[in-house]
Ligand binder design. Structure first.
Ligand SMILES: Nc1nc2c(c(=O)[nH]1)N[C@H]1C(S)=C(S)[C@@H](COP(=O)(O)OP(=O)(O)OC[C@H]3O[C@@H](n4cnc5c(N)ncnc54)[C@H](O)[C@@H]3O)O[C@H]1N2
Ligand code: MOO
Length: 394
């Protein structure tokens, strides 16, 4: 069976199910969500020509005065009366200009004696220190495209555009299933032959950064019927993730159980290391991801498939992790016939791959703050070479 390239597997995964239906949320609850439809401005910003500084609204042609100070304009106050020739209007930041004014003389550069005002610096061009009406955006302008991540700055834009609620993608529910007779829950005694189940806690921690609701269905033994029942129970979630039992051993029950539960497998086995035994399909309206059991393999495949799937179902149009480039601090061996995702960290002298690349080496994985992405067939890389990295932290 030939191995599926990572990018192809990601595209097939997203094609399994569309984003979840949109819902309306108050702006205060939108952080980290994705916009479900284009957002148009309901108002002009600024609503009128506004002063950008505290000072005086004048006509530039009358520089350097003297002007007669007549009237005042403050943010939230009434629109001031039009300026007659020779007049200046006291004005504050964010306040509307009187008709006829075309420049703001800042108060630090003005000399005022009672109502007589003169400028004490060089002439200013027309328009200086003024924010023209609708110069930020105009009514009906498209502020944000569907699928945009609602970052803090975009929430500010939406609110200034007149919105108090936003159409957003619904948060997916994610059901976690850990499989293996050897597993015991975190913190419980580990008699010989058993080990703590770490994958669900790790995945929940990874998912905590995303808008989704995690349901941990616990540990299921390597038993066909038990696993089938667990998958059926999980099928009301939007996304089901299992770890372990994905490979070819006699106790690897996930594929047969998935079939017995009525699931439709779409792909199995990816051209990547670690993570080869990854599988995906659908069961009822849920998308199913079967991750390998090794903690490092589960971590890498969750980074490349699970987190992007959650983003996709929550409405992101750019769900894949961002890649960047960095310089190697030490050489790397050639890769084999799968893409390598090497655990690494960003050191002072460049990128350093961690001591063990074994897919069960959790102590080494815990040192990593990025993955080095090395395509299949890459030759030896030297210290100083530029490589592609996938940052795991900012
Ligand atoms: N003959 C072959 N053997 C294996 C192949 C192969 O292609 N042919 N693939 C290898 C690869 S690659 C991987 S990765 C592993 C993954 O296999 P499984 O998904 O079936 O995982 P398990 O066998 O169930 O477990 C592997 C390992 O991870 C530990 N584990 C499992 N779940 C957890 C958990 N929740 N928390 C912590 N640790 C967990 C488990 O005890 C095993 O040690 O298969 C290779 N074999
Ligand atoms: O490809 Mo498996 O995920 O390394 O150990």
């Amino acid at each position: 069976m030939s191995l599926l390239p990572v990018a192809e597997a990601q595209a097939r995964l997203f094609a399994l199910a569309p984003p979840l239906p949109a819902e309306t949320a108050p702006v205060a609850a939108c952080t980290g969500l994705w916009l479900a439809s284009d957002l148009l401005a309901l108002r002009n910003q600024p609503w009128a020509d506004l002063s950008a500084m505290d000072g005086y609204a004048v006509r530039a042609a009358e520089w350097p005065g003297p002007w007669l100070v007549a009237g005042e304009s403050a943010a939230g106050g009434a629109v001031p009366a039009p300026l007659a020739p020779g007049q200046a209007c006291r004005i504050f930041t964010g306040a509307p200009l009187p008709a006829g004014a075309d420049t703001i003389l800042i108060q630090e550069n003005a000399t005022r004696e009672r109502d007589r005002l003169t400028a004490s610096d060089d002439p200013l061009p027309v328009g200086r220190n003024i924010r023209p009406a609708a110069s930020d955006f105009a009514t009906n302008a498209r502020l944000l495209a569907a699928g945009s991540a609602l970052t803090p700055a975009r929430i500010a834009l939406a609110v200034l555009g007149g919105h108090g609620t936003l159409p957003v993608g619904r948060r997916p529910t994610v059901a976690l299933i850990s499989t293996g007779n050897e597993l015991v829950p975190p913190g419980e005694p580990t008699p010989a032959g058993s080990l703590p189940s770490s994958n669900a806690a790790m995945l929940a921690a990874m998912l905590a950064a995303l808008p989704c609701d995690v349901i941990d269905l616990g540990i299921v033994p390597d038993d066909l019927d038990a696993m089938t029942a667990a998958l059926k129970r999980a099928a009301s979630a939007d996304i089901i993730v299992s770890t372990g039992g994905a490979s070819v051993g006699d106790h690897d029950m996930v594929r047969p159980a998935f079939a017995q539960a009525g699931g439709r497998l779409d792909f199995w086995k990816i051209r990547m290391r670690p993570g080869k035994p990854l599988m995906a399909g659908t069961i009822a309206d849920a998308v199913f991801l079967g991750l390998p059991g090794n903690p490092v393999s589960a971590f890498v495949t969750a980074t490349l498939f699970l987190l992007p799937l959650v983003r996709h179902r929550a409405g992101s149009t750019a769900p894949l992790p961002r890649l960047s480039e960095a310089r190697l601090a030490a050489p790397l061996p050639a890769t084999g016939d799968r893409d390598d995702y090497l655990r690494a960290y960003r050191g002072e002298a460049g990128i350093v791959s961690v001591t063990s690349q074994d897919s069960a080496a959790t102590a080494a994985m815990a040192m990593a703050d990025c993955l080095i992405v090395r395509p299949a067939g890459s030759s030896i890389a030297a210290a100083g070479d530029i490589v592609t990295i996938l940052p795991l932290t900012d």
